[in-house]
Write a new protein. Sequence first.
Length: 262
Amino acid sequence: MDTNDTLMDNNEIQSRYAAGEKVLCARYAAGERDFQGIDLSGANLRGVNLREADFSGANLSGADLSEADLREVNLSDANLVQADLILANLTDANLNEANLSEANLIGAKLGVAKLIGVNLVGANLSGAELSGVNLGEASLSGANLIGSILIKANLREANLGGANLSIANLIGTNLVGANLIGADLSGANLIEADLSGANLNGSKLYRSNLAHVKLKEVDLGNANLKDANLAGAELTNTNLDNANLEGTILGLAESSKLSLAN
């Protein structure tokens, strides 16, 4: 195939995508909301309004949905691998079982969104609004959640191994049974969070606020808790073997069968 043929193929592909985007927007403007299983991989949908549309099972991998209005959209089982969702509004959206691995969600709004079983491995969620979301059993290993807001979110049994949650707001968050092995929670606010049964072995909790946190049967072995605040925390059957407790505030922490082996 010569260069001209290649250019023609590329132009045809770009024209096809542009036409598809225009058709989608026209169909939406005409009142259509059912776009189940549609293929919009690589599409440019920056800033579009698709509120309440149904994209369940759709292919939106690599699509640009930055600043898009996706409130109450159904994206369950959708493919959003490496999609650009910077500053997108996904409030109350359904993302159950969706694949968002390596997606860019910087500053996105995901308040009260449904994210059960979602794949966010390697995704960038720094500064994202995730208050009240349901991320039960979600895969977030290696995800970037720096400065994200997860107030009273449900992360029960979620996989956050190696994730970066530094300076994140996790007040009242449910992290029961979560995998936080090697996670970075430096400077994070975890007041009144429930981490019962969670695994934080080797995690970084430098200067984190763990006041009144439930740490019952939690593995904090080899964790860095330097200058952390554990005042009023429940430490029943908590493993702190080889943990760095230099400057840690224990205050009136409740402890029973606490392991502090060095």
